[in-house]
Design a protein around this ligand. Structure first.
Ligand code: CTP
Ligand code: MG
Length: 383
C-alpha cells in the first residue's frame, strides 16, 4: 500500500501577534483592535480554522497580553518579529508536527486559496510563501524630485503565511542571529529553496490607520449573506359574528371568521411565513389545535412566538408582505392600522411592512364570500 500523502502532513499554525502596532496608532496594538464586528486577530484565527491537517495553533503574544486569547495556546514573544517567531518555534519543538505556517496576526484578510497555495507547495518543497506582483510603477526619489524609475519586472511583495518544513526552519532561525523581518529571508540564508505561491492583493498587512477601513471592506465583501425567505397561506371560513380580526385589527363586518383561535387569517399566514423561512414547520406544530389552551387565543401570541424564534436563531426580519384575498370587508381603509399593529408586534419599522388586499373577481370561495384567504412572504437576514 502506498502511503496517503495527504495524511502525512501535520501542520502547526504560528500566528505572531507580539508587536506593538506603533504605526497603526490606537489605544491598543492593532491585532486587538475591532474590525468588522470582532478583533483583528479573531479574523486571522478564523481564517485558519478550517485548514486541513492542522495539528496545533499557537499565538505568540506580548507578555502583557497573555490573557487576551483564553481559548488559544499562547506563548510570550520577543522585542523583534524574528525573536517572536523564534519563541514560537521553540515552543513547538515537542509537538508532533512536520510543517509550520508562520503568519502575521496583522493579516486578517488572508484567503483560503492563499493558504492552500502554500500548503500544497509544501508537499514538494521545504519552504513556500505567497508573493503578489508589484503592479505600480516604482520610482526612485530623494523625497522631492523623481530621480529614476525602477524596473518592476520580477518584483513581488512578500506576504504570509510562509510555510516551512518544521525542523529546517527551526534550525535556520537558530543559526540566524539578525532580526530578519521575514522568515523567507531566514530560510534562504540557510540555503533552503523557497517556492513562491500566488499571493493576493487583498491579503494586506494592517500597518497604518487607513488600512482598517480597507480590511473591513475586504472582509465584508467576502461574507456571504445568509438570507432566507418564507411563504405562508391560510384560509378561514365566514360564520356568524359582527367583526373579523385581520392582521391584529378588529374590523366591523356582518359576519365573523371561524377558527380555533381568533381566526386572524392575516396573522396566521405571516406567522407561517416566518416558521417557513426558519424551516420550523407551521403554527399547528407550535400551537396544536388539539391543545385547549389555545382556544380563542389572540393570534398576536403566535406571531410573537415566531418573531422570538427567528431572533433566537440569529435572524433579523427584513420585511413582511401580506395579501388578504376577499370581496368584503373592504381592507383599504384599515391597511394603515394593520401595518401599525404588525409593526408593534414584530418591532419592524412600518416601511418594512406591507399589508394589502385584492379581490378574486367574484370567483371561487373568496369571490362567493365564503371565507377569506391570505398569503404572506417574509425575508430573514442572518444577523
Ligand atoms: N510581531 C511580533 N513581535 C514583534 C514585532 C512584530 O510578533 N516583536 C508581529 C506583529 O504583531 C504583526 C507581525 O509581526 O502581527 C508583523 O509586524 P508589524 O506589522 O511590523 O507589526 P508591529 O510591529 O506590531 O507594528 P509596528 O511595526 O507598526 O509597531
Ligand atoms: Mg513592526
Amino acid at each position: 500500500m502506498t502511503a496517503n500523502l495527504d495524511t502525512d502532513m501535520r501542520l502547526a499554525v504560528l500566528i505572531v501577534a507580539a508587536g506593538r502596532g506603533m504605526r497603526a496608532g490606537g489605544e491598543t496594538p492593532k491585532q486587538w483592535q475591532p474590525l468588522a464586528g470582532r478583533r483583528v486577530i479573531d479574523w486571522t484565527l478564523s481564517a485558519f480554522a478550517d485548514v486541513p491537517d492542522v495539528a496545533t495553533v499557537l499565538c505568540v503574544v506580548h507578555p502583557d497580553d497573555m490573557d487576551q486569547l483564553p481559548n488559544t495556546r499562547c506563548v510570550a514573544g520577543g522585542d523583534t518579529r524574528a525573536a517572536s517567531v523564534r519563541a514560537g518555534l521553540e515552543a513547538l519543538a515537542e509537538d508532533d508536527i512536520t510543517h509550520v505556517l508562520i503568519h502575521d496576526a496583522a493579516r486578517p484578510c488572508v484567503s483560503e486559496e492563499v493558504i492552500a497555495g502554500v500548503t500544497q507547495a509544501l508537499r514538494q518543497a521545504p519552504a513556500a510563501a505567497p508573493g503578489a506582483p508589484v503592479t505600480d510603477t516604482l520610482w526612485r526619489s530623494d523625497n522631492t524630485q523623481v530621480t529614476g524609475t525602477v524596473d518592476r519586472r520580477g518584483l513581488y511583495r512578500a506576504q504570509t503565511p510562509q510555510g516551512f518544513a518544521f525542523a529546517a526552519i527551526r534550525a535556520a532561525h537558530r543559526a540566524h542571529a539578525d532580526a530578519a523581518t521575514d522568515d523567507v529571508g531566514v530560510a534562504r540564508a540557510a540555503a533552503l529553496p523557497v517556492t513562491m505561491t500566488r499571493g493576493d492583493p487583498d491579503n494586506l498587512k494592517i500597518t497604518t490607520p487607513g488600512d482598517f477601513a480597507r480590511a473591513e471592506r475586504i472582509l465584508k465583501a467576502a461574507m456571504t449573506p445568509d438570507i432566507r425567505t418564507g411563504n405562508g397561506f391560510d384560509v378561514h371560513r365566514f360564520g356568524p359574528g359582527d367583526h373579523v380580526m385581520l392582521c391584529g385589527v378588529s374590523i366591523p363586518h356582518d359576519r365573523g371568521l371561524q377558527g380555533h383561535s381568533d381566526a386572524d387569517v392575516g396573522l396566521h399566514t405571516i406567522t407561517d411565513a416566518i416558521y417557513g423561512a426558519l424551516a420550523e414547520g407551521d403554527i399547528g406544530r407550535h400551537f396544536p389545535p388539539s391543545d385547549p389552551q389555545w382556544k380563542g387565543a389572540g393570534s398576536r401570541l403566535f406571531l410573537e412566538h415566531a418573531v422570538a424564534l427567528a431572533r433566537a436563531r440569529g435572524y433579523v426580519i427584513s420585511n413582511i408582505d401580506c395579501t388578504l384575498i376577499c370581496e368584503f370587508p373592504k381592507i383599504g381603509p384599515h391597511a394603515p392600522a394593520m401595518t401599525d399593529t404588525l409593526s408593534d408586534i414584530t418591532g419592524l419599522a412600518p416601511d418594512r411592512i406591507s399589508s394589502k388586499a385584492t379581490t378574486s373577481e367574484r370567483l371561487g370561495f373568496t369571490g362567493r364570500g365564503e371565507g377569506i384567504a391570505a398569503l404572506a412572504t417574509v425575508t430573514l437576514v442572518g444577523a
